[in-house]
Write a protein that binds this ligand. Structure first.
Ligand SMILES: Nc1ncnc2c1ncn2[C@@H]1O[C@H](COP(=O)(O)OP(=O)(O)OP(=O)(O)O)[C@@H](O)[C@H]1O
Length: 609
């Protein structure tokens, strides 16, 4: 099969982020409204679409346009030339060629349509499932697909004809099965890449179900390449069907372009022109499909320009052997973590523990900084609370309570409800967490509607209020903008607005300012502080930046190598750190950065924004 059908002919779309940063991530290229308009502005696209449209309309209107029925024969007129009643002349059996071309087109294009429908129905859903969920289904489906692709299509079709009989529709179904791997591979590859995108994680964190995420964020990425692939596979299906008919392997009972070629070939010495018309019909159709696929690729893979996330500058310090003074005393009524361990299974069957017995509390109205160098386990701790540990990771031991309720080991549905309500999340790279294919308004409204059960109008009004809350100027206009049309700081405000949409009690912010420049960082920190004060939010602030900690936090937990090595008030941690690791972290900040304003107790700080 691989030699006959285009396997993954349309490459998964690259992203602006990828293009800019050269990263390996695969977010979707924006496929916005107006794709048809852009296709029609492309000369090749317009010409090929017009040719195909003409052909399709002509064959659909065959009963009106054809001079006579395709099988009416008058042997006395065999090989007659064109005249007014029969513009393309007559064939070897005295049948009108134009009528056979028009009716034959119905059978030829109809056959291709059946093959396409079968290939799409088998390849796309299975590719989506395998790409999104992976696991055993992915392995088994991948094995099956490799097997089918290893089969030579023509030989399988000939064998099918021998077994199933000379019915061209049945052969087209077989062809559809043979073509389905090309869709499976294409869709699976794209989905497997997109599934790891931050904006898909963000959608999950905002409480959307897998089905909604697939419909909203994944299908739109798959759409363009699948449309291109449809055009290519349609051309191949038409070619193969014509080939079968030409070889006399089809049903032979009805007019098709391939059967006409067969008949013309038998009389090529006597009337070579008979080859022209079905050849022209096939050539025009296939040529137009190939050109259309190319034009579609150009149009659908046009990229917008979302700003790639800037690499966070990380300060590496050599961690000393960990000690473990930890949270003691009564558990907080808001967030309380005790003895948390996170483990990952390795391919060789062994386990890797990345978080070792973490204790942590966040009380209502308190900002707690979780600080440590890159890889120290901050994100794994935060993700455990959110219930979004990456594939292969799980909570080994310990307890996590949110609002007094145990959430470690909650089923996904319950965790989703928690994330959409009590707990909200603000991620690190604002741009990567917004889907480039949707406007800001749409990305805020959809989760609000779903999680709060509001109407579209009510959700839009709430989204506007939220944009005002996070001090976005001209929120009405911002609602209509795409992510690449706003700055990184605005994008982070939008994500904070989204996080606040369900009136959370606990906000988990993972390096919310790392990807932003210094001035914008300060604005975002002010915004977080104001929200925390106005709403009495508890905030768990994951950061490697001790400046942020000193500026914003009430208490701090310092992490190293998956353990909390020191906890205390922000003042005590910044001014009199006890653990050598904390001291080395502070030392690294002082080495690299200009000195900060002297620390002031929280109450003494200005609360103006
Ligand atoms: N999917 C994974 N599979 C296996 N190990 C992982 C996985 N994700 C993270 N880890 C490991 O977990 C440890 C802690 O990672 P984590 O992302 O929590 O660090 P972090 O402190 O948040 O760092 P950063 O600031 O870079 O995000 C690291 O050693 C990392 O290698």
């Amino acid at each position: 099969m691989s030699d006959n059908l285009p396997a993954g002919a349309a490459a998964p779309p690259r992203t602006a982020h990828e293009a800019e940063a050269g990263s390996g991530s695969a977010a979707p290229a924006p496929v916005r409204g107006g794709a048809v308009r852009r296709l029609l502005r492309n000369p090749l696209g317009a010409a090929s679409a017009a040719v195909l449209l003409l052909l399709v309309v002509a064959v659909l209107l065959a009963p009106l346009l054809a001079p006579q029925a395709p099988d009416v024969s008058s042997l006395g007129d065999a090989f007659a030339g064109p005249d007014a009643a029969h513009p393309l002349g007559m064939d070897s059996a005295g049948r009108d060629i134009l009528s056979r071309i028009l009716y034959g087109g119905r059978n030829t294009l109809g056959g291709a349509l059946i093959a396409l429908a079968v290939a799409l129905a088998l390849g796309v859903p299975s590719g989506l499932y395998a790409g999104y969920y992976g696991g055993r289904f992915d392995s088994v489906a991948g094995w099956g697909v490799n097997l089918v692709m290893a089969l030579p299509a023509m030989v399988v079709l000939l064998a099918s004809r021998a077994i199933l009989g000379p019915n061209v529709w049945v052969l087209m179904i077989v062809l559809g099965v043979l073509a389905s791997p090309s869709f499976f591979r294409l869709v699976r590859g794209i989905v497997a890449g997109v599934r790891k995108e931050l904006y898909v994680d963000a959608a999950r964190v905002s409480g959307l179900s897998d089905t909604r995420i697939v419909v909203r964020h994944i299908l739109i990425v798959v759409r363009g390449p699948v449309i291109i692939q449809v055009a290519l596979v349609a051309g191949v299906a038409i070619g193969l069907q014509a080939g079968l008919e030409f070889l006399g392997v089809g049903s032979g009972s009805s007019a098709t372009w391939g059967a006409m070629l067969n008949e013309a070939f038998q009389n090529i010495q006597r009337a070579p022109l008979l080859m022209l018309w079905p050849g022209l019909a096939l050539g025009l159709t296939n040529g137009a499909l190939v050109l259309l696929a190319g034009a579609l690729r150009d149009v659908l893979e046009e990229r917008g320009g979302p700003d790639g996330g800037r690499a966070a500058s990380r300060t590496r310090v050599k961690p000393p052997p960990p000690a473990a003074p930890a949270e003691t005393g009564a558990r907080s009524p808001l967030l309380s973590v005790r003895g948390l361990t996170v483990v990952y299974g390795k391919p060789d069957g062994t386990r890797k523990q990345v978080v070792h017995g973490v204790d942590l509390d966040v009380r209502p109205g308190e900002i707690v900084g979780l600080v440590g160098e890159s890889g120290s386990g901050k994100t794994q701790t935060a993700f455990s609370v959110l219930g979004i540990l990456p594939e292969g990771g799980r909570i080994g031991e310990g307890s996590i309570t949110v609002g007094g309720r145990e959430v470690a080991g909650l089923p996904e549905r319950a965790h989703r409800a928690l994330r959409g309500g009590t707990v909200a999340y603000v991620p690190q790279e604002p741009m990567s967490n917004l889907d480039p294919a949707f406007t800001i308004g749409s990305q805020l409204v959809e989760p609000i509607r779903h999680v709060l059960g509001l109407s579209r109008k009510e959700a839009a009004a709430r989204a506007l209020d939220l944009l005002r809350l996070v001090e976005i100027p001209d929120p009405e206009r911002t609602m209509r903008l795409y992510p690449h049309e706003i700055s990184g700081g605005m994008a982070q405000r939008v994500l904070i607005a989204g996080a606040m949409s369900c009136d959370p009690e606990l906000l988990i912010a993972d390096e919310p300012t790392t990807a932003l420049d210094v001035l914008v960082q300060a604005e975002i920190l002010n915004l977080l502080r104001r929200l925390q004060q106005d709403r009495g939010l508890g905030v768990l602030l994951v950061t490697h930046n001790l400046g942020v900690v000193a500026d914003l936090c009430d208490r701090v937990a310092v992490m190293s190598e998956g353990r909390i090595v020191e906890t205390g008030t922000a003042e005590s941690i910044v001014h009199s750190p006890e653990h050598p690791y904390t001291r080395s972290l502070l030392g690294a900040v002082l080495d690299d950065a200009p000195a900060r304003e002297p620390w002031q107790p929280r109450e003494a700080r200005s609360t103006t924004v």
